[in-house]
Design a protein around this ligand. Structure first.
Ligand code: C5P
Length: 310
């Protein structure tokens, strides 16, 4: 008996992960204003869910999906990155269609975890499925790169290197399950301001390449070989702008973190833990010291993927 063809979905929901940079090497600013990067991205278990439905006009609504998002400084007009993603996909296919986009936000805004990029990547995948466009992966990655430096990684997920300005993504073999305590911050920190401070402090003139030994450590499932390679070139600039972040790092070490790291351009800080149990212990100790806004996450996890057709 042949199965009846499935009806077109009325709406599609896609989940996209937050990212951290377990390594972020930054070179001297390029002529186009971007900085050359060598980074190791990891997708972690904190997600935004994006639901798209065909509509007459483009619109976006953002809902607070979890305890880590309490201020919604997110535009609800055409400047919103999810709407820009939808329009870019429609333009790529030469179609005149629009959608309403609903973002259920868990990833902190302006936190250095690429929440906006996750929403853009999720919108691309959701509309591709809703409208049965069958966009080749390389086209989706190219549209993603136009939208922002770390949108391609939100499509790919897992653990991957990022080169160029971060948009050239190459998946890495990662056999670990790495545990992190994410320490959120009330106040956002803009990415351009951190790169600006980086230039001001003349931090770019050094060898910022990923060491091959780091890739070996990712291949090994033992958390103990990776800690020595965790590094973020933007940390000095972020600590310069926000000295409180350095105190957060010190507190995390005192609470048992193996190592701490600025997440992307901050202000979110990461504490690296041995395993899930240690991570929960560190989070609970941090809570006792007034750092109550934390989440225990693990990586790597999948990139943007469909979770519901309705
Ligand atoms: O590409 P994206 O829109 O995420 O970049 C936001 C800003 O971050 C850029 O306008 C630039 O100021 C800074 N940036 C940079 N070098 C990169 C990525 C981002 O200077 N590789």
């Amino acid at each position: 008996m042949s199965a009846a063809p499935l009806p077109d979905p009325a709406s599609v929901t896609v989940r996209a992960p937050a990212k951290i940079n377990v390594y972020l090497g930054v070179g001297k600013v390029r002529d186009d204003g971007f900085h050359p990067l060598e980074t190791v991205y990891q997708a972690v278990s904190l997600y935004d869910d994006v639901t798209v439905t065909s509509a007459e006009e483009w619109s976006v609504t953002t809902m607070v999906g979890g305890p880590h998002v309490d201020h919604l400084a997110i535009p609800d007009d055409a400047t919103n990155i999810a709407i820009r993603a939808g329009k870019a996909l429609a333009a790529h296919h030469g179609i005149d269609r629009a959608a309403s986009i609903e973002v259920n936000k868990n990833i902190p805004v302006a936190g250095g975890m690429a929440g906006g990029s996750a929403d853009a990547a999720a919108t691309l995948v959701a509309l591709d499925r809703l409208w049965a466009l069958e966009t080749p992966d390389e086209d989706l990655l190219a549209i993603a790169a136009e939208l922002g430096s770390d949108v391609p990684f939100a499509l790919v997920g897992g653990t991957a290197t990022g080169t160029g300005r971060g948009e050239i993504v190459t998946p890495l073999e990662d056999n670990g399950s790495w545990w992190w305590v994410v320490i959120f911050n009330e106040e956002g920190l803009s990415t351009p301001s951190v790169y600006g401070a980086y230039d001001l402090l003349e931090e770019g003139d050094h060898d910022y390449r990923i060491r091959p030994e780091m890739l070996d450590a990712l291949r090994s499932p033992q958390p103990s070989g990776l800690d020595v390679f965790l590094y973020n070139d933007l940390e000095t600039a972020a600590f310069y702008l926000r000295p409180d972040l350095e105190r957060t790092a010190e507190a995390a070490l005192e609470c048992g973190a193996i190592m701490t790291l600025l997440s992307g351009s901050g202000p979110t800080m990461l504490a690296f833990a041995n395993d899930a149990e240690d991570a929960r212990l560190i989070a609970s100790r941090l809570g006792g010291r007034g750092y109550e806004r934390t989440a225990v996450v693990h990586g790597p996890v999948a990139g943007a993927h469909v979770v519901a057709y309705q």
